[in-house]
Write a protein that binds this ligand. Structure first.
Ligand code: GLA
Length: 727
């Protein structure tokens, strides 16, 4: 899988279907030679093609064969002859900023080591995984850069990360991206990324690559509503099933950058990593820095295959723990039903109906602690408000348990409210703020300084105390503002640009400790809806609340975009009331259910106000969910109609054993005299006969894929879920 060829001085990283090749020159530069369909041989001579640029480009010391400004560089650094976007920048003790890392050695090992303090992909017995570590050294300053690669052969995934060890005098890192890949003929590609804002997360944006730099990033300490740490680069004509696509995701929940720079020779330098804007990290002699891990995927069967590979690694080798492979809880959340205005009686009335329709768990959302009756107070005071809940959490959990249901609870552990908050009275210095200046509030709250150990310990203890105080079997871990006024009182001035990095290390320690301490609790992350949906958090919490916008039509767009990188098994999706609280739209209950069903399903409305007919419909939905959940969550996703460029949305899932196919389709906007249109399924076995579970109609896989199922004269927001079983 990973080999080093002495004759050609090349490293070859092979997955089942792809190859990634790194070459080494006689002066010790690492070149990126190839990433694409699997190939068998490496021809050394091809590298000399680079000679052609030697007269027009800046020259590196001692080189007359090529210039690093035109050569495809495996890990470009700033300050030398390569004038393009660097992956690595540092300033040495003498003020110079031109590292010249050269190849020193390599190590190939079986399996994969965890990253120090950071979430990453992992290996289980029987996995075909090997790792490569290439050591580069800047000799004059004794700075060592370790490029780490792991090849997940059966997953067609390569991961990359970078570790820096300073064995020389003090220096400061200003950039240390996780991956940079130079791809030829950049003009052929598009830049696809997911952008949005609160309530409208992860919409798909696709634009052709141009000569120059194009990127998206986050600068406010969070992986974000505005962008997500993922991008892909499809050929212009690549669609769901055809064409080359390079994809990259980052296991990081803070500031990031992902993008590409196309140079004047049409090389597209793609990159992903921690955003270097506002970042710096001082390394004393002996210190180490670890970058987050990037997950790289190449597909020559379009965006669909790229997503399926991302989904598989996310589901199976990023998510962990008891809930990774089992069907999770179908739940009722009281947020949109009551907001802060709840009583035990109201909650129990909802629970009674939830029990009636067969839900597994009730989540008590925001408002149960401190003096929190609106969003202006008490974050940080994690003790129950007994005025509101005289029975305590324990009493309420018991009532829910008596009804045969589990009980879950909302927290926002990373925050502190300046108002009505005992924690703030005691520890105002625990909030991120700049002494002598008034910090900006976001949703009336401040962010705790998780770069501090004492703050992290407080969170671990206070959350653990509550989790031990009642039979709590699910936690919604929220985070409702971006960072501002980033400054930590414990760090010296030159280290202030480390705060956001150290915050993430603190957060990961907190999450790791709490989720390991409570392995039987299902954790779902959330950030003002889907504001921190990233691969890193999935390592601790296998699902994320996808968006605060629960309108069925809006969700079609959000879930479609989200699915480019993240699996449906990670998307919290609930049925809410109409008119919808976010957009005022009214859609049929069936459509709301059909949209939420493929995700981690639940309800977010006052069940006690539903009519008997609606409750019966909700019950039937739940039955469907119990039958099909495993197919949605462990099967393969095929996107068919893209709501961004049609009035329809449809997708099908193929079960892990390939025996069942579920087609979900929706009318986003009906028009009169609707077009003559068929839904052509994907990913089926052409020669197998499939039976429609409802009407017993039989079709060959070939027929369903080539001819498809007609759309009727459908009205606005009609939807359908059809199950086909292999005969
Ligand atoms: C965020 C979440 C919501 C809800 C509220 C509670 O906005 O996304 O689902 O939990 O906080 O304040």
């Amino acid at each position: 899988m990973i080999s080093f060829d002495q004759n050609t001085s090349t490293f070859k990283l092979d997955t089942k279907n792809t190859s990634y090749i790194i070459g080494m020159t006689s002066v010790g530069h690492l070149l990126h030679l190839y990433w694409g369909n699997k190939i068998d041989d490496v021809c050394e001579k091809d590298r000399f093609i680079l000679i052609r640029h030697k007269n027009q480009s800046p020259m590196d010391p001692g080189l007359n064969m090529y210039s690093t400004n035109v050569a495809p560089m495996e890990y470009p650094t700033h300050g030398g002859a390569d004038l393009r976007a660097p992956a690595f920048e540092c300033v040495f003790d003498d003020g110079s900023a031109v590292p010249q890392p050269k190849y020193k050695g390599y190590k190939i090992t079986e399996g994969k080591q965890p990253l120090n303090g950071l979430p990453c992909t992992y290996v289980e017995d029987g996995d075909k995984v090997q790792s490569l570590e290439i050591e580069l050294v800047d000799e004059p300053k004794d700075l060592h850069i370790f490029l780490n690669y792991s090849v997940f052969e059966d997953y067609d995934i390569i991961t990359r990360s970078v570790r820096v060890e300073n064995r020389g005098p003090k220096c400061k890192l200003n950039a240390c991206l996780s991956a940079s890949v130079d791809i030829p003929e950049g003009r052929k590609y598009d830049f696809v990324h997911l952008d949005g804002c609160w309530g409208r997360e992860r919409h798909v944006s696709r634009n052709p690559i141009f000569c120059g730099t194009q990127y998206v990033d986050m600068k406010n300490g969070c992986s974000g509503h505005y962008h997500t740490p993922f991008a892909c680069f499809p050929e212009h004509n690549a669609d769901e099933n055809n064409g080359i696509v390079y994809g990259m995701g980052l296991m990081w929940s803070g500031d990031f950058i992902v993008g590409a720079q196309m140079d004047s020779y049409d090389t597209m330098r793609t990159f992903i990593g921690i955003n270097s804007f506002g970042f710096g990290y001082t390394l004393e002699t002996g210190d180490t820095f670890q970058s987050p891990e990037a997950v790289l995927v190449y597909s020559n069967h379009g965006l669909g295959e790229m997503s399926r590979r991302m989904h598989r690694i996310a589901r199976q080798r990023i998510c962990r723990g008891k809930f990774r492979d089992i069907e999770r809880y179908a739940l009722i959340n009281n947020w949109e039903a009551t907001y802060f205005d709840f009583t035990p009686e109201k909650i129990i009335a909802i629970a009674d109906k939830a029990k009636e329709i067969g839900l597994d768990l009730l989540v008590l959302d925001d408002g149960w602690f401190g003096k929190r009756n609106n969003d202006r107070s008490s974050l940080g005071d994690w003790f129950v408000n007994t005025e509101k809940l005289p029975c305590g959490l324990d009493g309420l959990a018991n009532e829910i348990n008596k009804r045969g249901m589990k009980f879950g609870l909302w927290f926002e552990p990373e925050m502190i409210s300046p108002k009505d908050c005992k924690l703030y009275e005691k520890h105002p210095e625990w909030a991120l703020h700049i002494p002598g200046r008034e910090p900006s509030l976001g949703r009336w709250q401040l962010t705790l300084d998780l770069s501090r150990e004492d703050v992290c310990d407080y969170i671990i203890d206070s959350v653990s105390n509550i989790l031990n105080s009642a039979n709590i079997e699910y936690v919604k871990w929220d985070m409702n503002r971006y960072m501002s006024d980033v400054y930590s009182e414990l760090l010296e001035p030159e280290r202030q640009c480390e705060v956001k990095y150290r915050y993430m290390l603190g957060l990961y320690r907190v999450m790791d400790t709490i989720t390991s301490r409570f392995p039987n609790i299902l954790f779902e992350s959330c950030a003002g809806g889907g504001g921190r949906f990233d691969l890193a958090l999935l390592h601790y919490m296998p699902q994320t609340w996808t968006s605060d916008d629960s309108d069925a039509v809006e969700r079609l767009y959000i879930q479609y975009g989200t699915s480019l990188c993240y699996p449906y098994s990670s998307m919290g999706a609930h049925v809410s009331v109409c008119p919808n609280h976010q957009v005022g739209r009214t859609t049929p209950l069936k459509m709301r259910g059909d949209v939420a069903l493929p995700g981690q399903f639940g309800f977010e409305l006052d069940l006690s106000k539903m009519t008997e007919e609606e409750l019966a419909e909700a019950k039937a939905m739940l039955k469907q969910y119990k039958e099909m959940g495993a197919i949605f969550h462990r099967g393969d996703l095929y996107r068919i109609d893209n709501p961004f460029d049609s009035r329809f949305s449809s997708l099908n899932f193929v079960s892990e054993d390939k025996n069942t196919v579920v087609l979900c389709r929706y009318v986003v906007k009906a028009v009169p005299s609707c077009p003559y249109k068929f839904t052509k399924l994907q990913g089926l076995q052409p020669d197998v006969i499939y039976v429609n579970r409802e009407n017993q109609n039989e079709y060959s896989g070939r027929f369903l894929m080539e001819v498809g199922i007609p759309w009727g004269y459908w009205k606005d927001h009609e939807s359908q879920i059809i199950v086909f079983d292999k005969k």
